[in-house]
Design a protein around this ligand. Sequence first.
Ligand code: NAP
Length: 289
Amino acid sequence: MTNAGAGNRIDSNTLLFGVIGNPIRHSKSPIMMNRAFRETGINGVYAAFHVTSDRVGDFAAGVRAMGIRGVNVTIPHKLDIMSALDEIDPSAQAIGAVNTIVNDDGRLIGYNTDGIGYVRSLKEEAERELAGKRIVVIGAGGAARGIIFALANEMPDRITIANRSVERAKALADSLHGKVEIRAISMEGLQSACTEADIVINTTSVGMFPNTDETPIDASWLRPGAVASDLIYNPLKTRFLHEAEQRGCRIHGGLGMFIYQGAYAFEYWTGQPAPAAAMRETVLASLQG
Ligand code: NAP
């Protein structure tokens, strides 16, 4: 499969990869993954496919028919793709969403690399040891689900979920409760939970471009020295992170999660370590350009 130095040469042996979503033209995955193939000399090419919800089954059939080796899945197809696959990895099953498909000789296997990508980034960039930590997660949407599942595997002391719709936080806490204590609270309880937290993670879209003057919490609630983490990477440093930094917190942005969810997908498809630094460089240049 490798052809060091060949770059993205396209010939009769080129392996095909891609991402599906709706919309998809904003996606940074193609530039990131094609850089990874160039960097490792793998003869592969990665494209973006605009697929509507009524064509997800057709797409899966096309992947089998054409022998497309790997696919990433983004909004809104992470749930509806599952019924079109042959096998779902147990973690993706527990999370209830698939973002990566491996085509193993016509057998489509679904994985979820969002949560493990986030945790790898958090450990490499902000906090190496998550065991015993008190973690607060703001938000209970699709991204929160994956990261809470992965965080629970690190054996933190407890995970507290606060969400605008508290029922959604409760449902999430109940469905993932097991190895560690996971509790749901309303936004009213968030201040005191943040005060005693080691890590506070924003998984809501509050503060994302173009609403960059918004922030999910008052930074004075944070303990100096704690980690403030935001899943948003546009902007790279949200208002939440700016204010947390001024408060004396260690900050962690969402770019690493994006890079490492792609790095895990690359590793599942190719069996080789992903060139994460080069992937980051390419995405960063594109975001800043
Ligand atoms: P989602 O499923 O739509 O969930 C959105 C969450 O944000 C819900 O908990 C929602 O609360 C909350 N929310 C939205 N607007 C709010 C507001 N004005 N005030 C308080 N809470 C609000 O979205 P998602 O897929 O989980 O994505 C969430 C964020 O993560 C987005 O900013 C996305 O860009 C980011 N993300 C980043 C990566 C990465 O690779 N870095 C990957 C995935 C997602 P309710 O339940 O009450 O509606």
